[in-house]
Design a protein around this ligand. Structure first.
Ligand code: GLC
Length: 503
């Protein structure tokens, strides 16, 4: 058996800098929290110079830090401190588009003869209108007319986010240089934005009427694969074994698996079918079995995510209060694959209520991006009592200061589940098999390759107690209610409860 790679065993934690601790120095000051929690890696969302039209996903310079977030020295300091604590660092790389303020685009836009004209996607009008009928992700058409040069440029997102043209070899080389810049600084890899969109069909065909994302024809073009294979070769040449984890927003496990290639494209790809699954045992059973089938078949390693900076938090989405969010935590941290936590879920945070006059995001994603309350004081460990977005609900108690002191808290449950995972080869890298179980319950067994370590996980999605028959004697190792831990499993599973059992 090949040795597991670090990114298969680590639990990742997504940091959205502006809301985690304002800037890079702030993140550095909060590393204690992450080390205590036990995560193995952090993914830092964009901190590059940017006009912030899409909160950093509109990059104006790929190889620097926005003054709002600090300096390259701050970045180096953060990476050094994180590494000293055994925490790897990956950064967000946005290869599909730049900011319209990026010097590449400024030059591209300056004239039709510009040497960088072809670095972006420019087209003439068709019948006096845009080149095709594509729609942008945040609404409106995906084309903006540039009056000075009488052509349209493509943007799958905001008009301030022009799409680059990966078919141009100079653009590709410049992007490769960006990856080398960060790898040379010691980063452990990249979260790659909008992977499914980087290769547009060359003839830019109209979408059939009624097309909805992610089915648009600009997504999932096969020419993305050679681009990824090239990136993989570049990245694999570095000694730190960098990981490339792609946002492959296609909502199909089968299609997402395609981006892993034959082990020569992405190392990991986000499969958002889990994020989109309702809190329902049958729905989750389908997701888990499909992942095992599709990824197992090609020997690939899954990822699991319940929340991120683009979607309502799962606690809010599922409803059902903290009990369900606790069961979801046990599920997320015990499935076969690499879990990605979104900052604040370990505190059981809910979405903030953002009044219309405080909305700032063009995509309506403010509620999940509320700042993390670090303590119960009025400014919650931040500079101001009012930060860029309102606090999430219950910030006076849903914060690390209060929760660390309470052994029964959500935070302590995450910490225990992470510790159990680190200590168990079965949970870290064992096989996964769904077991028969009563309706409303998902049960699965994890077994280490040598058969020596085993765990059974039971998750009750229902609001009623369930009875589960298991062969053999089992002890509760981790439970949504700490009081059950250490006791023999008696066959009964409380409503909304989840258990990790050891023989
Ligand atoms: C990804 C990011 C999202 C961003 C978009 C455009 O989906 O996660 O936040 O708005 O790409 O870059």
């Amino acid at each position: 058996m090949t040795e597991p790679r670090w990114w298969q065993e680590a639990v990742f934690y997504q940091v959205y800098p502006r809301s985690f601790a304002r800037d890079l120095a702030g993140i550095r000051r909060r590393l204690d929290h992450l080390q205590w929690l036990g995560v193995g890696a952090i993914w830092i969302c964009p901190f590059y110079p940017s006009p912030q039209a899409d909160f950093g996903y509109d990059v104006a310079d790929y190889t620097d830090v926005d003054p709002e977030f600090g300096t390259l020295d701050d970045f180096d300091g953060l990476v050094g401190d994180a590494h000293a604590r055994g925490i790897r660092v990956i950064v967000d790389w946005v290869p599909n588009h730049t900011s319209d303020q990026h010097p590449w685009f400024v030059e591209s836009r300056s004239s039709r003869e510009s040497a960088k004209r072809d670095w972006y996607v420019w087209r003439d009008s068709r019948a006096g209108g845009p080149p095709n009928n594509w729609r942008a992700a945040f609404g409106g058409r995906a084309w903006t007319f540039d009056a000075a040069t009488s052509q349209w440029y493509l943007h799958l997102f905001l008009p301030q986010q022009p799409d680059v043209n990966w078919r141009n070899p100079e653009l590709a080389a410049a992007m490769h240089g960006v990856l080398r810049f960060w790898l040379d600084r010691g980063v452990d890899g990249f979260r790659i934005d909008v992977v499914q969109g980087i290769a547009k069909p060359p003839d830019l065909p109209d979408d059939p009427p009624g097309t909805v994302l992610p089915r648009a024809s600009f997504n999932d073009h096969p020419d993305a694969h050679p681009i990824l294979r090239h990136l993989r070769t570049l990245v694999d040449a570095y000694p730190q074994e960098p990981v490339m984890v792609g946002e492959v927003y296609l909502l199909s496990t089968e299609q997402v698996a395609d981006y892993l290639g034959r082990g020569d494209e992405l190392h990991l790809s986000f499969d958002f079918t889990s994020l989109y699954a309702p809190w329902d045992a049958a729905a989750w059973r389908t997701v888990v079995e499909r992942v095992e089938r599709e990824l197992g078949a090609i020997g690939a390693w899954p990822t699991w995510t319940l929340s991120n900076h683009d979607n309502p938090r799962h606690r809010t989405r599922y409803g059902g209060g903290e009990a369900r969010a606790r069961a979801a935590a046990v599920l997320l941290l015990t499935l076969r694959g690499t879990p990605f936590l979104y900052q604040g879920e370990e505190l059981g945070l809910q979405d903030a209520v953002v009044p219309p006059e405080q909305e700032v995001d063009p995509g309506g994603r403010d509620p999940c991006r509320a700042p993390i309350p670090w303590d119960g004081s009025p400014a919650h460990g931040w500079e101001h009592e009012e930060e860029w977005l309102p606090w999430p609900p219950d910030a006076d108690v849903a914060n690390p200061e209060v929760e660390r002191a309470d052994p029964g808290s959500m935070l302590n449950l995450y910490q225990r589940a992470l510790a159990a995972r680190r200590a168990s080869p079965a949970l870290r890298r064992g096989s996964a098999r769904v077991l028969p179980s009563p309706a409303g319950v998902l049960a699965y067994e994890r077994v280490a390759a040598d058969g020596g370590d085993r765990r059974v996980v039971l998750v009750n999605f229902a609001a009623q107690r369930a009875c589960v028959d298991l062969d053999g004697d089992w002890t509760v190792e981790v439970a949504t209610d700490r009081a059950w831990e250490g006791a023999p499993f008696d066959g009964e599973l409380e409503a909304d409860a989840a258990l990790v059992l050891r023989p």
